[in-house]
Design a protein around this ligand. Structure first.
Ligand code: PGA
Ligand code: ZN
Length: 490
């Protein structure tokens, strides 16, 4: 039982110098914690509401004094003196207290700050690291470090709009956070040199620390990224791949995508995305289509679901209702999880679990306006997200998360996410399939992948392992593919 004895909040500034909320929570055991919430710029329209003061004389209306006041009055009065067994119990109380579908009354910034501060206070109460507390919340016996996706080049709303798309990110194929960061540093430095030669300028940085020279078009941005990977001595697609956040809602108007001096319809945009995938070593495309262009999402899914991760950010807004629709509609195969889009840990966890049950991959993401708080690194590890997206390696609000991942890796000895040792039960296949696999001595995902690699290369010569297993392979293959662990060249 965790009895709340005090709750408070203050207004602090995020990495863009805009106000945000930091909350403090104390429990009867004496455990105490604080947590700060981030804030987006290229936001989805279905996001929970960030309560802002609207006073034009102060921070252009962006002040958070009302949200802070809500923590110190309405929320404190309702929660202090009460016992909350679980995070879900606390978050339900917060949701009911607000009573609106998008947290418009108390503000998602106020609510999430309390939700997070309580989680950290409970971890302190139990005397365990925050990632372990998050793992327990998700019934996850094996916290794992995520793979990194690191912002290299920026455009769109996070930069000066030189190119319409928002980010080109590096995805090092490293087996440790330490190696991923060292690799990223090398590519980032090669890119700094490249753009100073090519564009004759010192490296201007965008909101998340990505480099933002005046690329003539998106293709130049992508080929410069590939060039930087090569110059740093890595093989594109084998040692370092690319991810793109197209953030296409930002350049979609009147049913057209305004990009590369063209006004493309849905099919035109899908073809453009397919062209990028064919020409560059891209493993994931985020918000390739606008948030209201469901038809476009369906087209892209049908053409690319087995080639790349199709990630919904603005489309899904970490909202369970929207994720259910996207699963039914076959609009995406991966979730960008941003806790402040929905406003409580419990609802974000529901989103996470829905995505996982559909065989999707999950990218745990920071916002463009961040703070020095590092809870996101613990969340990505505890919930075992496949990837984390934090921004570049050049600003302290980003490094707080990377440094926390390094700490978890070096001090606590956790390893980066691989499916090799995942028990087959976790694939959500039928009990029959699990029993069949076990009868062949297979108990981990790594063993299935090994088996597939050996046997599919030999033209489906399955005799050595018995034909019975074939009956179950189809469902297992779908699950493996959904989790991005299909052997590369079957
Ligand atoms: P935002 O950007 O935090 O400004 O929404 C991040 C993203 O689009 O992924
Ligand atoms: Zn995005």
């Amino acid at each position: 039982m965790s009895l709340i004895t005090s709750l408070s909040a203050i207004e602090i500034l995020d990495s863009r110098g805009r106000p945000t909320v930091k909350a403090y929570c104390t429990l009867a055991s004496g455990a105490r914690a604080e947590a700060a919430v981030p804030s987006g710029a290229s936001t989805g329209t279905a996001e929970a509401l960030e309560l802002r003061d609207g006073d034009p004389q102060r921070y252009h209306g962006l002040g958070c004094r009302k949200a802070v006041e809500n923590v110190k009055t309405v929320i404190r009065d309702a929660l202090v003196g009460k016992d909350f067994d679980t995070q879900a119990a606390l978050d339900t109380a917060l949701i009911e207290l607000d009573g609106t579908p998008n947290k418009a009354k108390l503000g998602a910034n106020a609510i999430l700050a309390v939700s997070l501060a309580f989680a950290r206070a409970q971890a302190n109460e139990k005397g365990i690291p925050l990632y372990q507390h998050f793992a327990a919340m998700n019934n996850n016996a094996m916290p794992l470090l995520p793979h990194l996706t690191v912002n290299l080049f920026s455009g769109g709303k996070h930069a000066g709009g030189q190119v319409p798309i928002q980010d080109v990110l590096l995805v090092p194929h490293s087996r440790s956070v330490d190696d991923a960061l060292a690799t990223t540093y090398n590519v980032y430095q090669a890119a700094v040199k490249l753009i100073s030669e090519k564009y004759g300028m010192r490296p201007l940085k965008a909101d998340e620390g990505g480099l933002a020279p005046p690329f003539p078009n998106v293709e130049a941005m992508l080929s410069d990224a590939v060039e930087a990977i090569k110059r740093a001595g890595y093989t594109p697609g084998q040692e370092v791949s690319l991810a793109v956040d197209v953030a296409s809602s930002q350049f979609y108007s009147d049913g057209r995508y305004h990009i590369n001096n063209q006004a493309l319809d849905s099919s035109g945009m899908v073809n453009l995305l397919l062209d990028w995938i064919a020409r560059f070593p891209i493993i994931s495309v985020e918000d390739g289509l606008a948030e209201e262009d469901w038809g476009g999402w369906g087209k892209f899914y049908r053409a690319a679901y087995d080639k790349v991760m199709i990630i919904g950010d603005d489309l899904l807004c970490t909202n369970p209702r929207r994720i259910r629709i996207a699963i039914d509609y076959h609009a995406a195969n991966s979730l960008l999880l941003k806790v402040n889009q929905i406003g409580t840990l419990t609802e974000a966890l529901e989103s996470y679990q829905l995505a996982r049950d559909a065989g999707w991959q999950v990218v745990v993401s920071a916002r463009s306006g961040e703070t020095e708080d590092s809870w996101l690194a613990d969340l990505a590890t505890g919930w075992a997200g496949d990837y984390i997206k934090v921004g570049s390696i050049m600003q302290s609000e980003r490094l707080a998360k990377y440094n926390r991942l390094l700490e978890i890796e070096t001090v606590d000895g956790l390893t980066i996410h691989t499916y090799d040792s995942m028990p087959i039960e976790d694939l959500h296949v039928s009990a029959d399939s699990v029993a069949a696999l076990k009868s062949y001595g297979i108990s981990t995902v790594g063993e299935i992948v090994e088996l597939l690699e050996q046997n599919l290369r030999g033209n489906f010569a399955m005799d050595g392992i018995g034909r019975g297993i074939l009956d179950h392979l189809d469902v297992i293959l779908v699950q493996l593919k959904g989790k991005g662990i299909w052997p590369e060249n079957p």
